[in-house]
Design a protein. Structure first.
Length: 154
């Protein structure tokens, strides 16, 4: 797909509102339920992200440390080569885990805000795929609900 371009376009569509008081109450209840569900999902993602980082990530780093010591202590060139191959595979796994953690709990969004986070994702997409990627975004957004920003970012 080298040389391909990705263009993301967004526009706001007019919403058709509820017509009766009963419909408005139902829509409000549905909206509230959706908001609570999104909040619960986000909290669960953060919890899983912390556990992956604190337990799995730390365990992999300790394993890498031990492999490094084994490679340094080894007098066998064959063993040293095998350990270095294992470390390369482990480094890829650690990188994969970091990407999974970042997707589960988007710190970039928290640190940079929605627009800058989207721009960064587009740059990363272009870098990793070799594709030309361009996105046209406004310089700033108005006040947005944080849950909406998270959903847009995902």
């Amino acid at each position: 797909m080298a040389g391909s371009e990705v263009h993301l376009v967004s526009r706001r569509l007019p919403a058709k509102g509820p017509t009766s008081a009963h419909d408005r109450r139902l829509a409000q209840a549905q909206s509230e339920l959706s908001r609570h569900l999104l909040q619960a999902q986000e909290e669960e993602r953060k919890r899983i992200s912390r556990e992956l980082h604190d337990e799995t990530g730390q365990g992999l780093m300790v394993l890498r440390l031990y492999l490094g010591m084994l490679a340094g202590d080894s007098h066998s060139p064959q063993l040293k080569l095998k350990v270095e191959e294992a470390m390369t595979m482990l480094d890829r796994t650690i990188g994969d885990l970091r990407r999974i953690i970042a997707r589960l709990s988007p710190r970039t969004l928290e640190e940079l805000g929605l627009l800058a986070a989207i721009r960064k994702e587009v740059r990363e997409l272009a870098k990793h795929t070799g594709m030309k990627a361009q996105i046209d975004l406004p310089e700033a957004l108005g006040e947005e609900d944080h849950e909406i920003e998270i959903e847009v970012y995902r």
